[in-house]
Design a protein around this ligand. Structure first.
Ligand SMILES: CCOC(=O)CCc1ccc(S(N)(=O)=O)cc1
Ligand SMILES: [Zn+2]
Length: 249
């Protein structure tokens, strides 16, 4: 095979997400800084049924809600958060930790406003997005999550949206912000390899009854035969030449 063709043999989709994180192999990298999260509740705008999940969207027209430090260079602007879940509590997370699957996972999506003019442009570059992944475990009812769940009735069918005023996203996060980080991709279409993944090492609780309400959302539009979004998590992908690093020993 001539050199000109060899590049075609290289994987051009080898940095896909999610992955199984082997915590023993995820070495502590002392260059990694603590994650700095500055969310302004005034930037929360609305909740939208996307069909395969629901997004809580934020005003990202300025650097009002941002993250920086951690594994990142410069500021990344908060755009939206969403969840992935399974058809039962036995499955649902996208990232897997030492082979352990969690019942759901929160993704908080940010884009590199330090280097790119828009989210769409940032999504074309390996340092374009930063997504914080938070694993959910079955536990006591989560009051911060309940505020979101109380609004799901208003966005039952695909395309519906409802206002969400002054949502305190920071109160949903664990106190312990230690994380694993690795270079990866969007876990749904268009699967662009543009994400610096920051997976928190501490899971947050959700009750089984709360999680059941996620499955009540419909992927169909108002005038169609109702089909629930029973699950929306991608299977784990091969690590290839990547290394996951830990923010702590
Ligand atoms: C440029 C258009 O790109 C998009 O709309 C991507 C939206 C999108 C954002 C985040 C994710 S996730 N599950 O990897 O956090 C998947 C897809
Ligand atoms: Zn996601």
């Amino acid at each position: 095979m001539g050199a000109s063709h060899s590049h075609r043999n290289k994987h051009c989709h080898s940095h896909q997400s999610p992955i199984n994180i082997c915590t023993k192999k995820a070495r502590h990298d002392p260059i990694l800084k603590p994650l700095n999260i500055q969310y302004d509740s005034k930037t929360s705008k609305r909740i939208v049924n996307m069909g395969h999940c629901f997004n809580v969207e934020f005003d990202d027209t300025a650097d009002m809600s941002v993250i920086n430090d951690g594994p990142l260079t410069g500021k990344y602007r908060l755009r939206q958060f969403h969840f992935h879940w399974g058809s039962t509590d036995a499955d649902g997370s996208e990232h897997v930790i030492d082979g352990k699957v969690y019942p759901a996972e929160l993704h908080i999506v940010h884009w590199n406003s330090h280097r790119y003019p828009t989210f769409e442009e940032a999504a074309k570059h390996p340092d374009g997005l930063a997504v914080i992944g938070v694993l959910l475990k079955i536990g006591e009812k989560n009051p911060v999550l309940q505020t979101i769940i109380d609004n799901l009735g208003q966005v039952k069918t695909k395309g519906k949206e409802h206002m969400l005023i002054k949502y305190e996203l920071s109160s949903m996060l664990p106190k312990d912000l230690n994380y694993w980080t690795y270079p990866g991709s969007l876990t749904t279409e268009p699967y662009f390899e543009c994400v610096t993944w920051i997976v928190l090492q501490h899971a947050i609780p959700i009750s089984s009854a709360q999680l059941t309400q996620f499955r009540g959302l419909l992927c169909t539009a108002e005038n169609e035969k109702p089909v629930p979004i029973l699950e929306n998590h991608r299977r784990v992908q091969r690590l290839h030449d990547r290394v996951a690093r830990s923010s702590c020993t």
